[in-house]
Design a protein around this ligand. Sequence first.
Ligand code: PLP
Length: 494
Amino acid sequence: MRYGPPARSPLLELSLSLSCHPMSFSPQRPDGLRGDELPQLLTAVPGPSSVAWVERLSQVECPAITARRDRRRADGGSDPIVWAAARGAVVVDTDGNRFVDLSGGFGVGLVGHAHPLVVEAAQRQLHQLVHGMGDLFPSREKILLGEKLAAITPADLQQSVFGLTGADAVEIAIKTAMIATGRSRVLAFSGSYHGMSLGALGVSGYRDDFRSPFSSFAGARELRLPYANCGDCPMRQTWPGCDTACLRYVEQLLRSPVSGVEDVAAIIVEPIQARGGDIVPPQGWLRQLRDLCTRAGILLIADEIYTGFGRTGAWFACEHEDVVPDILCVGKAMGGGFPISACIGRPDIMAAWGHSRGESIHTSTFLGNPLGCAMALATIDVIESEGLVDRASDCGAWLLNAITDACADIPCAGVPRGRGMLIGIPILGPDGNPMPAGGVTMMQRLLSRGFITSPAGPMGDVLSLSPPVTITRVQLEAFVQNLRQELHSLSDLA
Ligand code: PLP
């Protein structure tokens, strides 16, 4: 690999002393990568090595997965970079180019990529026990992780079923709600993203075209509830004068004998819609939704796969409103990079599954994989010991302010929004309306400056940030400066 140890700049020394929180970047890695570096580009982006790897990929991967040059060029883009190494907030590609990762790998790298303590835990576990036997013979790590989740999740959310992906956790939550209530429907919100397996897709309101090819399984025509997207209200009302019209509508649907909305087991909600465009409902909305579910006798499933483990400045985003869901789904950041997820419920709800008679009615081969559990335990330890929940709150507030200031006079930048280290910047067209694929364009422009971001929103019109919470202030300042320059240049083109 071409990347080598970069020199530590005086600016970086200053950043470490100014960063919101003291962080250690030891121990040394053989490649010298510390995770606090600034971008360094050695080639055009993508470089020749990435392009060559993607060419090979195109021969062996279904074309629907990784967008290639021909597709991307139509949108003014290029091939992706191919990741070779990562640590902290830094990713290095196969050309040796160094990027600062503002997406945290879709929010997974909350404690930073390859956190030394998570790597150490993984190495220890690899030597000890890599695989258990799902529901048949558990490992100690699965038990310890279940206990830890019971301790850090709100109130009486105490019993877990593990999965690998976020979608797994959502599937388990849907099954749990059906079993616990004896009813068959789970209602979801417009713009929601709960995963791409058929059950999770069936409760996603993200994009109709993701569901329509699979309509017989994925409930393509299922009703979607209006989310509290107050910037673009589906009820065409204005907060707070609306008196939460969206929830009054939901309550009416549930109450009316002629609405056709019956047999409802649960409502599934993201406390903040992440992939839907980083949409933060107004304070009090989630609490009202909780109360509505209680009144209607249906369960509330909180999907905290993106927002969980401190990303928004609380361990779980529902805690901002003292809301305790009946079922909680977690994943992404939990494994420190290893795919592991969980559906966590109250004991009385989980009891509805009944006792295993030797063959569980829900399981999978890798359920509670010991390596994933050990990495999740280490990740939660890091979040606790480095105070990352508070850091997400403090640094997130600073970042949102800095971006808001930087965007203030730029026509193509909408009003930035978010909570903690989950932030979205709407990209606007010359008419002031959301620019379709504006987030994709900005992502590509920032990539060529050495910053990794991701687009969000069903139209791809939002630039989304969910960086490692351990990212340094200097890395963030460099990003904000580059963001401002690219927004200006996009506005000049319009
Ligand atoms: N739920 C939410 C809120 C998500 O953001 C995602 C993925 O982005 C999922 C579920 C699905 O998770 P996975 O892609 O791990 O299946």
